[in-house]
Design a protein around this ligand. Structure first.
Ligand code: GDP
Ligand code: MG
Length: 178
């Protein structure tokens, strides 16, 4: 299998840990109490076009832990930035994370052509009434951020797998460009 180290970044409580655990366990544990993550790694075999060993690196969205994030970024080759469709403030830090990733890559590998995708999480059925953005705002945001974009729900395992499929497609496109 091909090893793939993926780093999840984004504001607090957008669902980074939930997306990773839904992928890992094919099950969304709603009863889990909110645990602020510092750093966590989980591994899983996954097949999409080929067999991968996916290592997911979880991070914390809180500023106090930002000093750890560059260490995690260094260990990874692909990135998922998450915001929550139910929290308007959660998109504020997207550009900061993109800059962080690109700066690390420029510094380490002399290249900033990094596979990154953007995920709008919490698009689940019973939650749609809680959406904090209009359709137009979401379109404008994803146009402005200019990354491959997908909406998902940690409750919906299929949409969680679609995140990984989109990321793998993005990696393959970037590799062809080199
Ligand atoms: P993190 O801080 O980004 O790791 O966020 P967590 O994964 O800890 O999730 C924060 C809260 O949002 C928890 O109460 C989760 O149960 C909830 N949550 C996460 N993903 C979803 C989702 O897709 N839909 C809904 N409705 N809630 C979610
Ligand atoms: Mg977390």
């Amino acid at each position: 299998s091909k090893k793939l180290n993926i780093c999840f970044l984004g504001a607090s409580e957008v669902g980074k840990s939930s997306l990773i655990s839904s992928f890992q366990n094919s099950y969304f544990d709603e009863s889990q109490t909110y645990v602020p993550t510092i750093e966590n790694k989980s591994s899983k075999l996954y097949t999409y076009k080929q067999l991968y060993t996916i290592n997911n690196y979880d991070t914390s969205g809180s500023i106090e832990c930002n000093c750890i994030i560059p260490q995690t970024i260094k260990q990874c080759e692909a990135f998922v930035i998450v915001y929550s469709l139910t929290d308007r403030n959660s998109c504020d830090s997207i550009t900061m994370y993109i800059e962080m990733i690109k700066n690390c890559f420029k510094y380490l590998k002399g290249c900033d052509n990094v596979p990154i995708i953007l995920v709008g999480n919490k698009v689940d059925g019973d939650n749609n009434k809680n959406l904090a953005f209009t359709e137009t705002e979401i379109q404008e945001l994803s146009k402005y951020i200019n990354l491959p974009y997908i909406e998902a729900s940690a409750k919906d395992i299929r949409s969680v797998q679609s995140i990984f499929n989109l990321l793998i497609d993005t990696i393959n496109i970037k590799e062809k460009q080199l």
